[in-house]
Structures are given as C-alpha cells and as structure tokens.
Design a binder for this molecule. Structure first.
Ligand SMILES: [Zn+2]
Ligand SMILES: [Zn+2]
Length: 156
C-alpha cells in the first residue's frame, strides 16, 4: 500500500507561460519628464536624460518635494504655478486639441496637417456635403436638367 507519488499533477505543457511578448504595438514609455507641464516621455533613461539636458536647457527648474520640477520665472525667481511655465514656453496652443508650440509656424503646420484642428478643412468638408445629411432626397433629381447637346459647330 504505498500510495505515495500518485499525485494528480496538472497536465505538463498546459501551463501557458503568461509572458508579455516583445513588440507590443503600444510603446511603453515609463521615463516621463518630471517637469510640470512637459508631457514628454521616453522608453529609456538616456532619452529622458538627453531631453532634460537639451529640452529645458534655457529654463530654470526647481525641484518640488514630490520629485516633480517647476519652471522658475527668471524675472521673479518664483516657480510658476502649475503648468504656467510650460504655457509661457510654448505660447501657441491649438485650441482644438490643446497641443502647444513654441512658434507660430509649428502651430500652423500642425493645423494644416490635422483636419480635425483645421476649421477651413472642416468647412470644405461640410461644403462638399460630408457634413450631417440633412437634406437628402431634396435635390436628387436636379442633375441632367441643363445637359443639352452643346455641339461645337465650328463657325464657318
Ligand atoms: Zn521636459
Ligand atoms: Zn490641434
């Protein structure tokens, strides 16, 4: 009666390793810039280091007790409250999506290339009837009214 060892173990090989495969579509960027108002994030520490050296080199930063950094007003040497420092740094803001740009060209480029943020593109789309289909069927049979045989007689 040696009934030891007959332990019903789970099927070998049925344990699918619950690993996360490399190459996920969404990039994980855990190294976020600690400067308040700056939303840059990087995949590795070097990227963040480079950004902190070059992205804020003409800003004065003050470390907060919680590890974040505030941008200091160079005139008064008082840290800007909240994201004001970043707003001063990038005064051109897209009112539609909220992205900020240092210069007007950046904002212009952005608005020209993103239709949701470009009122002209939006108007064009509405003018083409891509907007809300309000009067479908009203003028569906108008086409063909003015199509006569405009033959070129040749003059002479
Ligand atoms: Zn930053
Ligand atoms: Zn925008």
């Amino acid at each position: 009666m040696q009934g030891t060892g007959g332990n019903p173990v789970g099927l070998p090989g049925s344990n699918f390793p619950n690993m996360t495969p490399f190459g996920l579509e969404q990039e994980i960027k855990p190294f976020r810039c600690p400067v308040i108002g700056c939303e840059k994030a990087y995949k590795n520490q070097n990227g963040l280091k480079y950004h902190k050296q070059h992205g804020h080199q003409n800003q004065q930063l003050k470390e907060n007790p919680d590890g974040s950094f505030s941008i200091v007003d160079p005139v008064t040497s008082i840290p800007y409250p909240g994201t004001v420092g970043m707003e001063k740094e990038k005064p051109y803001r897209c009112e539609t999506c909220g992205k900020r740009y240092k210069n007007l060209n950046g904002l212009k480029y952005h608005r020209q290339h993103s239709p949701p943020c470009n009122p002209e593109l939006r108007n064009q789309m509405q003018g083409l009837g891509i907007g809300p289909p309000s009067n479908l069927g009203m003028n569906a049979n108008v086409a063909g009214a003015g199509l006569g045989p405009m033959g070129d007689m040749g003059g002479f």
